[in-house]
Design a protein around this ligand. Sequence first.
Ligand SMILES: Cc1cc2nc3c(=O)[nH]c(=O)nc-3n(C[C@H](O)[C@H](O)[C@H](O)COP(=O)(O)OP(=O)(O)OC[C@H]3O[C@@H](n4cnc5c(N)ncnc54)[C@H](O)[C@@H]3O)c2cc1C
Length: 317
Amino acid sequence: MSEILVLVEQVEGEVKKVTLELLTLARSLGTPSAVWAGPGITPEAKARLAEYGAEKIYLAPSSDIVEYVVAPKAELLAQLVTAKSPAAVLVAATSEGKEIAGRLAVKTDSGVITDAVGLSDGFVADQSIFGGGVNVHSKVRKGTPIVAVRPNSTAPEAAAGAGAEEEVAVTLSDTAKAAKVVERVKQEKGARPELTEAAIVVSGGRGVGSAENFSIIEGLADALGAAVGASRAATDAGWYPHQFQVGQTGKTVSPQLYIAAGISGAIQHRAGMQTAKTIVAINKDPEAPIFELADYGVVGDLHQVVPQLTEEINKRK
Ligand SMILES: Cc1cc2nc3c(=O)[nH]c(=O)nc-3n(C[C@H](O)[C@H](O)[C@H](O)COP(=O)(O)OP(=O)(O)OC[C@H]3O[C@@H](n4cnc5c(N)ncnc54)[C@H](O)[C@@H]3O)c2cc1C
């Protein structure tokens, strides 16, 4: 089976869930090899990568890789593409992942597909384009297929791989060292999962009515172990921070379950959530466009529906 490189996303040595998803996806198309860019791999991380099917783990422990912005990771992957001729390279469709994918495509004279939500035989990618209005199947026709896959597109499944380690000596160009990371500030992380990675997202819109009322949305999110999102109407009103905005000019999410409360379903909002596996809409207007998209809809006042739902979920715990 042909080798597929998977760039590992990790935080402080802990492998992120999206990497396990990419390894699972790679397994269905070939033989996955994980690429750990930079120092800091732990025995637990190695075991995790092997547990999800990494036959090989390429280790590039040079601290230069993480001390400069993005470019060294693209150079590392480009060197591996040249040396190993993999069938494809998969990265997570995060902002960093997409930048790496673009740079790698230029360096290897290859085609790139971003924001894929599925990948099938022949590396045919499913994408949702034009603000979520059109679903397309695309295929790279030049060079090595480089595909950035959205988090939550594949359910991670364990299936042991050999996890054979191979150290890679990467040679970085001066241009890869053009922008240095001078400081890292750890963002205070609440108990909730990261919005773009969460398996469940509960979002509130203008219908929530105020910043205080967002506690209703947070209550449901916490009952479900979900992340909180918001429409632009809600973030522009200052009811919820902009970093939680979902949509064309906000975050793109692709969770297993997306609950939209008091959100009308404008095309710019849909652009950020329409690839969710199951969509539930709670809206008092039965004609709201979000119902065209929703798998399940509740016509009602969210101030009554959401607390009742939260209570029922909490009762079953
Ligand atoms: C260039 C551009 C980029 C944009 N980018 C984004 C983006 O990234 N994300 C985004 O979200 N928007 C974006 N927008 C804005 C977008 O067009 C909409 O204006 C916005 O999504 C509307 O937010 P909303 O659904 O919360 O508000 P509204 O459209 O006002 O809808 C509120 C909904 O709540 C319902 N409601 C009211 N009260 C209740 C209640 N008590 N119980 C239940 N339901 C209730 C109403 O029936 C209505 O359907 C963008 C617009 C432009 C022009």
